[in-house]
Design a binder for this molecule. Structure first.
Ligand SMILES: Nc1ncnc2c1ncn2[C@@H]1O[C@H](COP(=O)(O)OP(=O)(O)O)[C@@H](O)[C@H]1O
Ligand SMILES: [Mg+2]
Length: 250
């Protein structure tokens, strides 16, 4: 495994509104090792994804995509590296004024490298992969929550990324919706994509990932496998896995 096959944070510090979100945070996402970052609401999970994509600038420390340190670089200098990563934002973040098909093809259209026919073929293929090809001409307002998430995944797949980030992909879904999203993530992994999910949903995490990072009060309190996490003696990890009355007061 070389560094060009990973995304990393080294000694990263980030604060917002006077609150420390990450303190000397080291993080490693290796290609082919699907990972979940766990933590309570407000722990800083979404912030980590934004920092890894270069959408936020750290106070100190570095982010690497492959061999390139993107920290401090203008976006134009790391666009090629960032194209290897797609993100499915919480809630989908679809454009309401565009149809499903336009949403999925939007980035390819903006890049201007492919013909309309080529884009249409890719859009159909990705919508069919996530099982919502019939929604091609619908608008986001006409979709259920589960369908919106699937369209958002199709949009993330359009540019054929190596890594896909998922921000709480199962929050707000019913059990069948959760099952569908887990299933999709496993199919993507089987096709060679590396997934990084952030969530507090343990069922989805354990169903889709090999390794786990637990974020608690700006620090990484655990990194390892499901078995190692379940055997952890760290009180905060145990509390997260099996909340007790005390959890109400953390
Ligand atoms: N622009 C901002 N201004 C002030 N506080 C913010 C801002 N963005 C995020 N935060 C705070 O940073 C913390 C981490 O946020 P976030 O990464 O969204 O957490 P998570 O995704 O784990 O729920 C939260 O406590 C949130 O209130
Ligand atoms: Mg979040």
């Amino acid at each position: 495994m070389t560094t060009s096959d990973s995304i990393r944070m080294e000694k990263l510090c980030y604060s917002v509104g006077g609150r420390t979100i990450l303190e000397d945070f080291d993080f490693h996402l290796e290609r082919g090792v699907n990972r979940t970052i766990l933590g309570v609401s407000g722990a800083g999970k979404t912030t980590i994804l934004k920092l890894l994509l270069g959408l936020l600038e750290p106070d100190s420390g570095s982010v690497y995509i492959g061999d390139l340190c993107i920290t401090g670089l203008p976006e134009s200098r790391f666009m090629n590296q960032r194209k290897r990563i797609a993100i499915v934002f919480q809630g989908g973040a679809l454009f309401d004024s565009m149809t499903v098909g336009e949403n999925v093809g939007y980035r390819l259209f903006e890049e201007g490298c492919l013909s309309q026919n080529e884009i249409s073929t890719i859009v159909s293929e990705k919508l069919s992969f996530v099982g919502v090809e019939a929604a091609l001409d619908l608008y986001p307002a006409e979709l259920s929550g589960g369908m919106k998430k699937r369209v958002a995944i199709a949009r993330a797949l359009a540019a054929d990324p190596d890594y896909i980030f998922f921000d709480e992909p199962t929050t707000g879904l019913d059990p069948i919706g959760v099952y569908n999203i887990c299933n999709l993530m496993l199919r993507l992994q089987a096709e060679g994509k590396t997934t990084l999910m952030v969530t507090h949903d343990l069922v989805t995490a354990f169903a889709t990932s090999q390794r786990f990072t637990f974020l608690h009060q700006a620090n990484m309190l655990f990194e390892g496998t499901e078995e190692e996490m379940k055997a952890s003696s760290t009180p905060e990890v145990r509390e997260f896995l099996q909340p007790t009355d005390r959890s109400l007061f953390i």
